[in-house]
Design a protein around this ligand. Structure first.
Ligand code: UTP
Length: 303
């Protein structure tokens, strides 16, 4: 049984500056809900209610978000806004959330190493705090099911275009089915010519506690950071690792383009926005097409 999850959320979010200068990227809202709330919900929907968030400098608003806010709640009660009041009560009681601070940003491997006292004797889930995966069965639940079958570390993977492999940790190995691979190779951000496949690690893991012993000795790797993928390479030799092709769509909110796409796709799913927002999108597409056809018609300037 997997009972605990770790959510690393201490990173600087440099790809999303300047908004991340003074606020955590994990709190960037998809419409009205912070990214990390979707991540916590995935844990809860997968049966996990003990969550350790790896926090850091400038991340206090994450703690406040999952805490009780008496003033706001009593104001909502005065206004008789039952629905919002109930929603706020739900957020503060979603799970048992603990926090630990990563004082120096030494990378994802180091962030997970901070969970050693919380998870030292049992396997645990890891969910990146800036990544939402939209799926029918929560991806963490999909990984837990496989862990229960194989009893070894499981990483979620997705297919990515060959030309983009250098942005991800890439796995290679033997296919056990169309969805499960026994991993024999893991490479952090390889060039397309060195990548063992186009299967990228997708921000969700079930790790065995053996990872802590390895992380303790993992030297700095790519980007001068302690890379989780480097530690996983050693875990692979010692224990074995499985990769599960996720059934779901991954959104990396730390990347501006994904953030925009997520906002639009999630808004289209919300009944309250359906009509007006769809009309707005149709009008916008018409304007784009019109502007494009006008610029195509324009004779080329001689200068
Ligand atoms: P990223 O590599 O996407 O986060 O880590 P980052 O370093 O904040 O991003 P950029 O490249 O500067 O924009 C994925 C997750 O791991 C956490 C991040 O907060 C994010 O949720 N993380 C990363 C840590 O907790 N500690 C670290 O040292 C690095």
């Amino acid at each position: 049984m997997i009972k605990k999850a770790v959510i690393p959320a201490a990173g600087l979010g440099t790809r999303f500056l300047p908004v991340t200068k003074a606020q955590p990227k994990e709190m960037l809202p998809i419409i009205d809900t912070p990214t990390i709330q979707y991540v916590v919900q995935e844990c809860v929907d997968s049966g996990i209610e003990d969550i350790l968030i790896i926090s850091g400098k400038g991340k206090r608003s994450i703690e406040d978000h999952f805490d009780k806010n008496y003033e706001l709640e009593s104001r909502l009660l005065e206004k008789e806004d039952e629905a919002l009041y109930t929603h706020l009560r739900h957020i503060e009681s979603m799970a048992n959330i603990h926090f630990i601070r990563q004082k120096e940003l030494n990378g994802l491997g180091d962030a997970i190493y901070h969970a050693r006292f919380h998870c030292e004797h049992e396997p645990f889930a890891v969910l990146l705090g800036d990544t939402i995966i939209d799926s029918v069965i929560p991806v963490t639940q999909q990984l837990i099911d496989l862990y229960e079958q194989y009893g070894q570390t499981v990483v979620a993977v997705e297919t990515v275009p060959r030309e983009n492999v250098s942005r991800y940790g890439i796995v290679g190995g033997k296919n056990l089915s169309s969805k499960v691979m026994q991993v024999n190779k893991l490479v952090e951000k390889p060039g397309p010519e060195k990548a063992p496949s186009n299967l990228a690690i997708a921000g969700r893991y079930i790790l065995t506690p053996g990872i802590f012993r390895i992380l303790e000795k993992t030297p700095r790797g790519k980007g001068n950071e302690i890379q989780l993928t480097d530690a996983l390479q050693i875990l692979l030799k010692e224990e074995g690792i499985f990769a599960a092709l996720i059934e779901g769509k991954r959104y990396d909110i730390g990347n501006k383009m994904d953030f925009l796409k997520t906002t639009v796709e999630f808004a289209l799913k919300r009944k309250e926005f359906a009509g007006e927002f769809e009309d707005f999108l149709r009008e916008t597409v018409k304007k784009i097409d019109k502007a494009k056809s006008q610029s195509d018609e324009k004779p080329e300037s001689a200068f």
